[in-house]
Design a protein around this ligand. Structure first.
Ligand code: COA
Length: 340
């Protein structure tokens, strides 16, 4: 239940690596072709970290620095950094801690959360709760993943899908009717059979055997995930619409997790939304896991007006899925036309 304040997004930042991995590049690596990839997924290219010294926290920090610059936020003002990632820098030492260090945040604490592709949405609700309760004043929520660190570039079922990137939002309190209004989330652990990185955690610590069996790479049953994603996102969007007495015609923007263009279009069709209502950037970035939704918000921010009704929805490993309803607010300092 919401208490004193609403939590509203007041600044955004994003980062994708410079290196572009095109479908034609992938034709050199696996038995595939660009036409197949575009028609089955909508992905034309994705960004990949080339420099082995760049980890998830570096991308997350660059997204945060962009947010601080565009939003005119000083490092000392930020209370808390929540990083959602499935590809942390380390098993022990949170990526949130690394981001606070690298961005020079002296008054903040940083943690990680992980719900794979749903991670940003879940973290956004956690961050909003910190603001709504009055416990924090400025919470940064980041979705960041270096998927190239867990993708097997000899497996055509997965390597065509994923890219690297990071997106960040700043949450602050408002007494106006803007911000996060409601969330509806679900998880089903039995879904782990269909989308998982099996080794590297406490269940299957790294060993010669796990390396030999390539268990440190993501593997999936694409068809099962495909169907479950459409169902899960459609159902939770409908739940959130119903709970908030909204018709789909009242939704200005659906910002879905970007896993597959056909999944996104099916969810949009199921909800009765027009193409203009559904925000898409999968063609350029592929699936950046926890980063897709904040990167999409970052890309489309100029289209959003204060008071717009928005539904964010995601589906990912776990299985984990859900939808969040928010009313767009006022950004602290919109990027002006003559700035990059
Ligand atoms: N290039 C060419 N052919 C490929 C291919 C590729 N990269 N990957 C698979 N194929 C082949 C398959 O081997 C299969 O051949 P077959 O019929 O001879 O067995 C054929 O294409 C169709 O495979 P299928 O798995 O049915 O394709 P699809 O239309 O379901 O598309 C995915 C595959 C992976 C793109 C799709 O299932 C998907 O996007 N699933 C969701 C994955 C996802 O979002 N994961 C992240 C979670 S959020």
């Amino acid at each position: 239940m919401r208490t004193r304040y609403n939590a509203v997004i007041t600044a955004l930042g994003g980062y994708v690596p410079d290196t572009i991995l095109t479908n034609h590049d992938l034709e050199e690596l696996v038995d595939t072709n660009s036409e197949w990839i575009v028609s089955r997924t909508g992905i034309k290219e994705r960004r990949i970290v080339k420099d082995p010294n760049i980890a998830t926290s570096d991308m997350a920090t660059l997204a945060l620095l962009r947010l601080m610059e565009d939003g005119n936020v000083q490092p000392d003002e930020i209370d808390c950094v929540i990083v959602s990632t499935s590809t942390p820098d380390y098993v022990m030492v949170s990526t949130g801690s690394m981001v606070c260090e690298k961005a020079g945040l002296k008054n903040a604490w940083g943690i990680d959360t992980n719900a794979a592709c749903s991670g940003f949405l879940y973290a956004l609700t956690l961050g909003a709760s910190m603001i709504e309760s009055g416990r924090s004043k400025k919470v940064v929520v980041i979705g960041a993943d270096k998927n190239s660190s867990i993708v097997n570039y000899t497996d055509r079922n997965t390597c065509i899908l994923f890219g690297d990137g990071a997106g960040a939002v700043l949450l602050e309190k408002t007494e106006e009717e803007f911000g996060l209004m409601d969330s509806f989330f679900r998880t089903d652990g039995s879904g782990k059979e269909n989308l998982i990185v099996t080794a590297g955690g406490s269940k299957n610590p790294a060993s010669q055997e796990t390396l030999d069996q390539k268990l440190h790479y993501v593997r999936q049953d694409g068809r099962v995930v495909f169907k479950a994603a459409i169902q899960g996102m459609t159902d939770t969007c409908n739940e959130i619409l119903k709970a908030n007495h909204l018709q789909s015609s009242q939704i200005d923007h659906l910002v879905p997790h970007q896993a597959n263009l056909r999944i996104i279009q099916a969810v949009g069709d199921n909800l009765g939304l027009s193409a203009e209502q559904v925000k898409i950037n999968i063609d350029r970035y592929g699936n950046t896991t926890a980063a897709t939704i904040p990167l999409c918000l970052w890309d489309y921010q100029k289209d959003f007006k204060a008071g717009d009704n928005m539904i964010l929805t995601a589906f990912g490993a776990g299985f984990s899925w859900g939808a969040t309803y928010l009313k767009w607010g006022k950004l602290r300092h919109k990027t002006s036309e003559n700035e990059d």
